[in-house]
Design a protein around this ligand. Structure first.
Ligand code: CDP
Length: 578
């Protein structure tokens, strides 16, 4: 493949790539350039093409993959960038592992998680199958220590294994709301350090939400035999959950029945957990590789007006689906059981990033009907094209092997190559590499200090805002510094009103708009949507409850809230908060 000249990349992109992605020798010297990284990835992934009869030359496909990545129109998840064509060869970001109710089962899961973390993947677990604290242990006559106690072992193991030498392991723990230890679980992160490598979420059922609304009690269930084992007042548990989330952001909440309504292969299993950041529900032993299209690079400007270039977007989406399907073939999974499950369902998670940038470019405020309508339109298009591209691949490559055990059985119009096609990832690092706003989030601030990767700091002024400030004649270093301190321009009268309306930040967006936006994307996403509802420090518990209620009513699959200042280690922070 021809190397098409030097890439123009920003300092931030270069810093991130050099620190974590470019191949290094044993002494830490760089062994590749950014161009070589993208070529390594493109060549490795396109190798999969050789096994199919789609009639495309691997080298031509590699060239197309290289182009779409180096134009920063599409990027695969971090493990693909780090490991494709390298020794590890594990390319997926998301895994869910089963935790069986036995010492063997628990320690198998600890070991498998360690192997996955080493390869750069994140792991989700449902601890719901473990017997409750103080239940009898048959073989010893002693008593069980319960899910929360065992989670600490997973946490310690994670602490000791730095992911692939590059990133710290990330875990999700989910416990069903009807597990007898639910109250202990809800409070288990109050001491922030005890489970610092876990995100935790309560797995809530529709029956529980109904009990909350009626003010009644609900049964706790013994996971060993499915029998009731006491009951709790639903409203009390809900209030406890809301209080804890308000207090320090954990736990989140996932709506298990909603998630399972979208489970494409219920015959193969029930979905009990998601990956660490919540956007990818998976069956036990399933993995998924993600990829994101940068919407801010799929636009055209005519006569001073910017709009989505749907033709260009379509081309990128079709290539991305092909890329992600090829990735499944090229990835080396750490366990044969995972390999089997992944190749049976062939789930991929294509999503978008740069949505807030797109809104800036189109002059649409994030917190408006117009923005929600655009979200529906763009994601509806992404979903339809991803499905169509997957169906097209199935014609030559065959549908996913488990299709006859899926909800698509016998449906010619939905004979897909992949059991799921779309996911909205956080794109925490990908968006820095691509130089765009992350996922579907509003920008955190127009000028801010970005703390990344174990304490490093990067100072940034949003380039779209800077360009507008210069064009409209109100740019000054003094003003930019002030904005970095305050974090919002909402009340700065020296800035024209229409600019203030468009350039909103996460904290200018009320919780209702955050949830409405999440719901709009969820309407057109097979898997789930990564979204944080940011709240000011003074937000109340009532507001948190309203957010949860609204997310349930609008059919979101989960919610994560974060009240400013409620956790010490913020990934993003306006300079004032430091
Ligand atoms: O931008 P990048 O591809 O690095 O990751 P992301 O979109 O922020 O996160 C996607 C998924 O990668 C998460 O939900 C986790 O499953 C996994 N991840 C991880 O395992 N460890 C991290 N430090 C970050 C992400």
């Amino acid at each position: 493949m021809e190397k098409s000249g030097m890439l123009t990349i920003s300092d931030n992109t270069r810093t991130v790539l050099e620190r974590r992605y470019l191949k290094k020798d044993t002494e830490g010297n760089l062994e590749e350039t950014p161009e070589e990284l993208f070529m390594r990835v493109a060549t490795c992934i396109a190798e999969a093409e050789g096994a199919y009869e789609d009639g495309l030359e691997p080298s031509a496909v590699a060239e197309a993959f290289y182009r779409v990545m180096t134009e920063f129109k599409f990027l695969p998840n971090s493990p693909t960038l780090m490991n494709a064509g390298n020794d590890l060869g594990q390319l997926a970001a998301c895994f869910v592992l089963p935790v069986e109710d036995s010492l063997d089962g628990i320690f198998d899961a600890v070991k498998n998680a360690a192997l996955i973390h080493k390869s750069g993947g994140g792991t989700g677990f449902s601890f719901s199958r473990l017997r409750a604290k103080n239940c009898r242990v048959g073989s010893t006559g002693g008593v069980a220590s319960g899910p929360v106690s065992f989670m600490k072992i997973f946490n310690t193991a994670t602490e000791q294994v730095k992911q692939g030498g590059t990133r710290r392991g990330a875990n999700m723990a989910i416990l069903r709301v009807d597990h007898p230890d639910i109250l202990e679980f809800i409070g288990c992160k109050e001491d922030n350090e005890a489970l610092n490598n876990f995100n935790i979420s309560v797995g809530v059922t529709d029956a529980f939400m109904q009990a909350v609304r009626q003010g009644g009690d609900y049964d706790l269930i013994d996971p060993r035999n499915g029998e009731p084992r006491g009951s709790l007042n639903a409203r009390t548990v809900y209030e406890t959950l809301v209080h804890q989330a308000w207090f320090n952001g954990d736990p989140g909440i996932v709506f298990l029945d909603r998630i399972n309504r979208d489970n494409p292969t219920p015959e193969i299993g029930e979905i009990e957990s998601t990956n660490p950041c919540g956007e990818q529900p998976l069956l036990p032993m399933e993995a998924c590789n993600l990829g994101s299209v940068n919407l801010s690079r799929c636009v055209v400007t005519e006569g001073g007006t910017t709009r989505v270039d749907y033709e260009a977007l379509k081309e990128t989406l079709w290539l991305a689906v092909r890329f992600l399907d090829d990735t499944i073939e090229m990835s080396r999974y750490p366990l044969s059981a995972i390999d089997e499950m992944v190749k049976g369902n062939r789930k991929i998670g294509l999503g978008v990033m740069g949505f807030a940038d797109l809104l800036f470019m189109m002059g649409i405020p994030y917190n408006t009907e117009e923005a929600v309508a655009l979200a529906e339109k763009v994601m509806g298009f992404v979903q339809a094209e991803a499905h169509e591209a997957s169906r097209h691949l199935a014609v030559s490559r065959g549908p996913f092997p488990n299709i006859d055990k899926s909800v698509f059985k016998g449906d010619e119009n939905r004979a897909y190559r992949n059991a799921t096609c779309t996911t909205i990832a956080p794109t925490g690092t990908l968006s820095i590499i691509a130089g765009c706003s992350s996922g579907i989030e509003p920008v955190f601030a127009l000028s801010f200090v970005r703390r990344v990767m174990d304490g490093d700091e990067l100072v940034e002024v949003n380039p779209l805002f800077e360009a507008t400030a210069r064009a409209r004649g109100f740019y000054s270093d003094e003003l930019m510094a002030r904005i970095a301190k305050v974090g919002t321009i909402a009340h700065m009268e020296e800035i024209p009103e229409d600019v203030r309306a468009v350039f909103v930040t996460a904290h200018d967006v009320s919780p209702e708009w955050h949830i409405r936006m999440q719901a709009a994307f969820q309407n057109h996403t097979d898997n789930a949507v990564s979204k944080t509802v940011n709240l000011p420090r003074q937000a109340t518990e009532d507001e948190v409850r309203d957010i949860y209620d609204m997310a349930f009513d609008l059919c979101c699959k989960g919610v994560t809230i974060y009240r400013d200042g409620s956790k010490e280690n913020q990934v993003l922070s306006v300079s004032d908060a430091k």
